[in-house]
Design a protein around this ligand. Structure first.
Ligand SMILES: *[C@@H]1O[C@H](CO)[C@@H](O)[C@H](O)[C@H]1NC(C)=O
Ligand SMILES: *[C@@H]1O[C@H](CO)[C@@H](O)[C@H](O)[C@H]1NC(C)=O
Length: 428
């Protein structure tokens, strides 16, 4: 039965697209800034990974970009190239972008110093990503003569789940952003220490100085909707594809949920002797086991999810237990099972939650919860007095008093008084 189920799950997995969420994508671009032919490697690799691309060129007339069909999303993914047009606000407002993102649509937002439309900026600001103002360019006097093209080591990428480190370099020309301090923001690429961003024409203030700035950042909501922002369109262009291909590919894979997606296959708990809650409800101090099976989407198929920091908690308001789960069984399946091993329920009755709540930056979040009552002992379930060693002293006292009393009474009643009491005659 289980085998059949697994086979079925695999079958579904194979007929699916590479993305675990969906493949309908819309590419929004400004014809005055972008020639799509310059990005053929990037767009080609998306098509290769079975994404269906629609194109929406932004023009002077303001026909709105429709992201929704009534209530339903028309697209799963959105790629927003740099946009200069002032009309773009009317075509797609920041609220609509936010709405699309809220409803689970993944977004890849690319901006440049001269191509960051107000709606895109407002939308990014709401997530805590603050791209530099118009015409602010990232510079680094310690690199390159033109000062504008930066070569960054690809080993400096900040999150392994988003982009795995490799030995190459990343060619970057564009702007930097400041990041808010939300836990949901995932910094991906940091500006070099010797860089800064400022407006070349106006000698004015600087937006970022040194490693304060970020060149690429991602965001994942609690509902696991993903977004990435990159401050350079050159990063995606064909002329840099030799060095940047790895970075671009991994970043888009992450954003469009082709990887680092973790899922709970099943979870259960039971008495350590195999009987589960429906057979015998839990009572305090029972010995139980909790198991959970996890898998990870890898672009092609589900693979076992392997980690050593998954914790189980038994909570009633506060955690009574926090146990690090250990893997069991072989991982030749499409998932990995973890167990708490046997543990005793606390000496406290009430409504408890069996929960695994796993939130790691760069991986999709998952929570598995089950609420169960733990009852107290019934009157006849307490240990008898003679089982408790401490009570022996009292038991001995009680029974010795009874015993002596009985002896005393027996002696009192049974032993005859001696009759030969000397009778003294009255002599006076
Ligand atoms: C768009 O409008 C600008 C001025 O608002 C004009 O310079 C440009 O030629 C127009 N482009 C097209 C494609 O109509
Ligand atoms: C947990 O896994 C172990 C090992 O596979 C198994 O013996 C046990 O029955 C499982 N317990 C539950 C509650 O599924």
């Amino acid at each position: 039965m289980l085998g059949l189920l697994i086979a079925l799950v695999q079958l579904i997995a194979f007929t699916q697209a590479k993305s675990s969420s969906g493949s309908r994508s819309l590419v929004i671009f400004d014809q005055r800034l972008i020639y799509l032919d310059d990005y053929s490697v990037f767009l080609g690799s998306l098509k290769e990974r079975s994404f269906e691309l629609d194109y929406a060129p932004v023009t002077n007339d303001s026909t709105p970009v429709e992201l929704f069909d009534g209530e339903a999303r028309r697209y799963d993914n959105l790629i927003v190239f740099p946009i200069k047009s002032r009309h773009f606000n009317k075509q797609l407002s920041a609220e609509k972008l936010l709405n699309f993102y809220n409803e689970g649509g993944e977004i890849m937002a690319i901006t440049t110093p001269d191509g960051v439309a107000d709606n895109v900026r407002v939308f990014l600001n709401q997530l805590g990503i603050f791209p530099s103002p118009k015409n602010y360019q990232l510079r680094d006097y310690f690199q390159d003569n033109s000062e504008l093209v930066l070569h960054l080591p690809a080993s400096k990428v900040l999150n392994e789940h988003v982009v795995p480190k490799n030995d190459g370099e990343i060619v970057y020309q564009g702007s930097a952003a400041l990041l808010g301090d939300s836990d949901l923001i995932i910094p991906v690429l940091q500006a070099p220490r010797t860089s800064y961003s400022e407006d070349g024409q106006k000698q004015g203030g600087k937006w970022t100085i040194g490693s304060q700035g970020y060149l690429a950042a991602s965001f994942q909501t609690l509902k696991n909707t993903r977004l990435s922002w990159v401050g350079s369109v050159d990063l995606f262009s064909d002329k840099n594809s030799d060095s940047n291909k790895h970075f671009v590919q991994e970043l888009t894979k992450w954003t469009f949920k082709e990887k680092s997606v973790v899922e709970v296959v099943c979870s259960n708990h039971a008495h350590s002797n195999g009987l589960d809650y429906s057979d015998v409800p839990y009572k305090i101090k029972d010995e139980v086991v909790y198991n959970i099976s996890l898998r990870e989407w890898e672009g092609e198929k589900w693979v076992p999810f392997v980690a050593d920091d998954i914790q189980f908690e038994l909570r009633m308001v506060d955690p009574y237990y926090r146990i690090t789960l250990t893997p069991i069984g072989d991982s030749s399946f499409t998932f990995q099972t973890y167990t708490t091993s046997k543990f005793n329920l606390p000496d406290h009755h009430g409504i408890f939650t069996f929960v695994v709540d796993y939130k790691r930056s760069g991986l999709s979040f998952f929570t598995d919860k089950d609420v169960k009552a733990i009852r107290h002992l019934a009157n006849d379930e307490y240990p008898r007095s003679w089982v408790i060693t401490n009570s022996w002293v009292y038991l001995t006292a009680i029974y010795s008093v009874i015993f002596t009393w009985v002896i005393f009474v027996a002696l009192f009643v049974g032993v005859k008084k001696s009759a030969n009491v000397p009778i003294e005659k009255k002599t006076n």
